[in-house]
Design a protein around this ligand. Structure first.
Ligand code: EPU
Length: 412
């Protein structure tokens, strides 16, 4: 699927943030830990969620997705995950910890996700081994055994590894302490849900977390709003001009992004909404360097680069999390007339006027960023391979259209 986009139309109105992709995926993985029903509301209907449900079904779980609510029930009995499904999303790897804890084993033939760089799973593997599991890496990742408890310090605060180890620990009767954990809001939501399932967790939302697990039961939870989706609409309005309110969001979850925007645009922050006013004319962002939460989020790096491409003046962006997340989009922005130079993980951008062009999305966030750039450019653009965007954004084109964007999906 491609998007045909007419640039230069201001955005106005309200848009509601959907539930967060990166929160719901680990919650679905955690549902393997109990045979009792788990109910999640505010779930986004996006490709990654649909594929995660197929993976759960492959384990033997029943799933039902209706009106934004997902119910997962039944018993996981098959712990060999199908390779083709695993390859569709990075979130497949999140099933390792809970399947191991529930069934005594787990086999992940391969993991997928966006092509944004080498995405090793050494911390997941090292952590599971340190806590007592046997892990082999001959055909993908195969774990066996049980979690014996203990203490483990993550080499770096990996979101996925923290989530995997939390799920593995939640079914273990011996205490597990994890140090140098990721502290993203999505990780904290997983901790809250594991606690509602019966695990006792101390240090929630901090970098040192102790889990005392055991027999877990079902529960229900509302998925937190998607902070990246929220920031995407704010950034797009900033780039093209207009006034947009993003409803049902959590402003503090936006980390370093919101202060950056407040320095250049008129922003009103409510308890669960953010309004931005922009005339489309703004200064470059100086120096931005991506970092784990609450630092500047790597998932917002590409859209910030698109904004910087139409700003007045210079922006330097350093991508510290995923080595390939700068290059592709930089080349596509250049096709639209952007003045952007990439050396390794560093991009130097001098704002200019963009013109319409045919560009290609190579990953989810990068694809959304190219749409932002196309909406800010003069003339028509075509964003090819826009299916990447549907992995993570619910009703993307409809939400933008309702704000006044000229965007239309066509089959390529
Ligand atoms: N890393 C390792 N070894 C590991 C795990 C991670 O070296 O075992 C490195 C990665 O290569 C990367 C850094 O650690 O350099 C951070 O990776 P992390 O594990 O935190 O990322 P992830 O769990 O694979 C999640 C999100 C990503 C988001 C990152 C960073 C999900 C399903 N994915 O990925 O979201 O960019 O955290 O916040 O939660 C997206 O939504 O488009 C997306 C890519």
């Amino acid at each position: 699927m491609d998007y045909l986009i007419g640039g230069g139309h201001r955005l106005n109105g309200e848009v509601t943030a959907s539930g967060c992709k990166n929160a719901v995926l680990p919650l679905l993985a955690a549902s393997v830990l109990t045979d009792e029903p788990m109910v999640f509301c505010n779930c986004p209907d996006i490709a990654d969620v649909r594929n995660m449900l197929l993976l759960l079904q492959a384990t033997g779980k029943h799933t039902d997705f209706c009106d934004g609510s997902i119910t997962v029930s039944g018993k996981a009995s098959n712990n060999l995950l199908p390779a083709a499904l695993c390859a569709r999303l990075r979130g497949s790897g999140l099933l390792l910890g809970s399947l191991l804890a529930k069934t005594g084993g787990a086999s992940l033939p391969q993991s997928g996700g966006c092509a944004i760089g080498d995405r090793p799973m050494d911390i997941h593997i090292d952590g599971l081994r340190a806590l007592g599991a046997e892990v082999s890496e001959r055909k993908g990742i195969c774990c066996r055994g049980s979690i014996a408890g203990g203490r483990y310090r993550l080499r770096m605060p990996s979101v996925g590894a923290t989530e995997n180890l939390l799920c593995a620990a939640a079914a273990c009767v011996h205490p597990v302490t994890l140090e140098n954990c990721a502290v993203e809001p999505e990780v904290e939501q997983l901790q809250q849900v594991l606690q509602s399932m019966g695990a006792e967790i101390t240090g929630m939302g901090t970098s040192t977390v102790t889990v005392r697990g055991g027999r877990l039961h079902g529960c229900s939870a509302e998925v937190i709003p998607d902070r990246i989706e929220c920031a995407t609409y704010l950034a797009t309005c900033a780039a093209v001009g207009g006034k947009v309110t993003v409803k049902r969001c959590v402003p503090r979850h936006l980390g370093a992004f919101l202060p950056l925007m407040k320095g250049r645009f008129h922003i009103e922050e409510g308890q669960d909404c953010i309004t931005i006013c922009s005339d489309g004319v703004f200064e470059g962002f100086g120096y931005i360097s991506t970092a784990p939460y609450p630092g500047f989020h790597t998932d917002l790096q590409q859209i910030t680069a698109a904004l910087a491409a139409v700003a007045c003046g210079k922006t330097v962006i350093v991508e510290n999390m995923f080595e390939n997340r700068l290059t592709h989009n930089a080349s596509q922005l250049a096709l639209m007339g952007a003045n952007i130079t990439v050396r390794g993980r560093r991009a130097e951008i001098f704002g200019s006027k963009l013109h319409g062009a045919c560009v290609t999305a190579a990953d989810l966030r990068g694809g959304a960023a190219l749409v932002t750039a196309a909406l800010a450019a003069k003339g028509q653009s075509r964003v090819r391979c826009a299916n990447h965007i549907l992995r993570g954004y619910e009703n993307f084109e409809q939400k933008l259209s309702r704000l006044g964007a000229d965007i239309r999906a066509i089959e390529d």
